[in-house]
Design a protein around this ligand. Structure first.
Ligand SMILES: *Cc1c(COP(=O)(O)O)cnc(C)c1O
Length: 343
């Protein structure tokens, strides 16, 4: 198999059409068979539900090449389950979870020339998504949907080494109590773009959102969960029903406990604890970056430095990231079922 002639080490995080996408339609109360398509466009009714009432959910995972040349992905069963949970909340028909994993494998294998080679640092980003394709004008759930998976090669997240970022505290709210913060839906992102642009204009890499009800607890950023290390070396993870359950975060909690012997505490975390200087390291975690180290948090009246990771990843974040990426690369054996062989 010939790989595509791409400059793998210098890819950015941008969309590039590949050979195939996967598509499956839901109609008359059932999912069709589904399969690959070389058409990377979608034709929709102007009255499709997605365009009016925003029934759309998505997932994100990566496929990559291990040292022995296998193409694998990481815990796709958790993406399948999370997507089914997201679907339920937006009254969309869940895509069958076993069919989801099969579809991921099918579309990655069909695009294997596009899977970056081992050692390049690049990966094939896999983006499953589902939207209301059926027509609706009165407010109600649509009766037709499309599930689709696009794949696109993306570059290594850390190009210029592992520099700690400075983040700010958002002036806006991300997720209402009992709202949709715990599902992966485009609507949660649409309204985060304005505060995101504002943060950028002010020189910050990201926004951390506090809980919408009281603005006293730490939630997450627009697209990554927060990790903290306390003075005793324990991994502390904010807990709230409006945080999106990151697969990277859940995996890192297992790595910390079972591989690194750390204490792992998942609990509500007051922002005050951070401003009091109770934590020595901070990171943001998600599929793309695994962990982005946070060196500082600055906002009006707030100026926090994480002493063990002010410039670069602190020792705990570095160790966590290394261990998880070693498991992903099959350099060390991960828990059963984490690395899923495709071909
Ligand atoms: C996708 C996402 C994450 C990260 O989840 P992973 O499964 O680790 O990629 C975190 N927060 C939000 C809001 C997200 O949408």
């Amino acid at each position: 198999m010939e790989k595509k002639d791409l400059d793998w080490g210098n890819l950015g995080f941008a969309y590039m059409p590949t050979s195939y996408s996967y598509v499956c339609n839901y109609k008359d109360g059932a999912w069709e068979e589904g399969g690959l398509t070389a058409d990377h466009t979608i034709t929709l009714s102007e009255c499709a539900g997605i365009l009016h009432y925003c029934q759309e959910i998505f997932e994100g995972l990566k496929a990559y090449t291990t040292e022995n040349g296998d193409i694998v992905c990481f815990r796709p069963d958790l993406n399948a389950t999370r997507m089914a949970d997201s679907a339920e909340r937006l009254v969309m028909p869940p895509f069958p979870e076993d069919k989801f994993v099969e579809a991921v494998k099918m579309v990655v294998e069909a695009n294997k020339e596009w899977v970056p080679p081992y050692g390049s640092g690049a990966t094939l980003y896999v983006r499953p998504f589902m939207f209301a394709s059926g027509e609706v004008i009165g407010v109600k759930p649509a009766s037709e949907y499309q599930f689709r998976i696009l794949v696109t090669p993306v570059g290594p997240y850390f190009k210029g080494g592992d520099t700690a970022i400075t983040v700010t505290i958002a002036d806006y709210d991300r997720a209402a109590p009992r709202g949709t913060g715990n599902i992966k839906a485009g609507l949660n992102y649409a309204m985060s773009l304005y505060p995101y642009e504002q943060a950028h204009k002010n020189g910050f890499a990201e926004n951390i959102y506090l809980d919408s009800a009281t603005h006293t607890y730490v939630e997450e950023t627009g697209g990554a969960n927060v990790l903290l290390v306390d003075k005793n070396g324990a991994l502390v993870v904010p807990k709230s029903p409006t945080i999106l359950p990151s697969i990277t975060r859940r995996s890192l909690m297992v790595v910390a406990k079972d591989y690194l012997g750390m204490e792992v505490i998942e609990r509500p975390v007051k922002f005050e604890e951070i401003t009091n200087g109770d934590f020595v390291e901070c990171g943001l975690c998600g599929t793309a970056a695994v962990i982005s180290p946070v060196g500082h948090i600055k906002a009006e009246g707030v100026d926090v430095t994480f002493p063990d990771g002010a410039e670069h990843s602190g020792p705990v974040m570095a160790k966590l990231r290394q261990t998880l990426t070693d498991i992903q690369a099959c350099k060390i054996e991960g828990p059963e079922g984490w690395v899923c062989k495709i071909c």
